[in-house]
Design a protein around this ligand. Structure first.
Ligand SMILES: [Zn+2]
Length: 221
């Protein structure tokens, strides 16, 4: 089994290398359910200075178990999701640019490409703005997840949260959500300028692409 601290570290670096995070913002975490601990990026450390041994390890109440640096201030939202969605193993949070544009507009990202249909199989939902007190963000994310079953959720006037079976999968969803947001943004804006209607894929087509991508017909064993 891959060391969870290494996996979380690499997933955080993946965000940085893919220009999904700026400064010290954004974070990925992973959970070890057997040992009831969560590994997460330390608070306020720039990505270029990040080392594997700096990853903070907390218990399910958010208390430090291992590490010299304080965990991300977003750990409370990650912990809430782990406690309420049993099957997830990784959580990721970014303020990537194009997703954030949709968060400000308050509109979901439509399924206008096959790449979007492949990965998400549905539009990426957006919530109302919610402040960061207590479990407000966690509860809002959970409500959206239960309703939409989408692993990527845009928080109004804020950014993106994703959940996945492990930390790299959660980070991958953040990359693909940003891809979908950028393509949608340019398509919708240029469509508006050119007077061209942008059509979403039909539900039948979306399902067809999604089910192939999530079957053993796609990729390698
Ligand atoms: Zn944030």
């Amino acid at each position: 089994m891959v060391n969870l601290r290494e996996s979380v570290y690499k997933a955080n670096i993946y965000l940085w290398k893919n220009n999904l995070v700026y400064g010290t913002q954004g974070n990925v975490s992973g959970i070890d359910r057997k040992n009831k601990s969560v590994v997460i990026k330390p608070s306020g450390v720039p990505y270029e200075n990040l080392k594997e041994g700096m990853m903070a390890i907390v218990d399910m109440a958010g208390n430090m178990k291992k590490g010299d640096l304080k965990p991300s201030v977003d750990a409370i939202h990650h912990l809430f999701l782990y406690k309420n969605i049993n099957k997830i193993g990784g959580v990721c949070h970014t303020h990537s640019k194009f997703v954030t544009v949709f968060s400000v507009l308050g509109i979901p990202i439509p399924v206008i490409t096959t790449a979007h249909a492949d990965v998400f199989g549905k539009e990426i939902p957006v919530t109302d703005y919610v402040d960061n007190t207590g479990y407000n963000i966690g509860k809002t994310l959970l409500k959206s997840y239960k309703k939409n079953k989408c692993p990527a959720i845009i928080l109004g006037n804020h950014g993106l949260f994703t959940v996945g079976e492990n930390p790299p999968k959660a980070a991958f969803y953040a990359l693909m959500a940003e891809y979908c947001a950028e393509v949608s943004f340019y398509s919708l804006v240029s469509g508006g300028i050119l007077g061209k209607e942008i059509k979403s894929l039909s539900p039948h087509e979306v399902e067809k692409w999604y089910s192939r991508y999530h079957s053993d017909r796609y990729g390698q064993k």
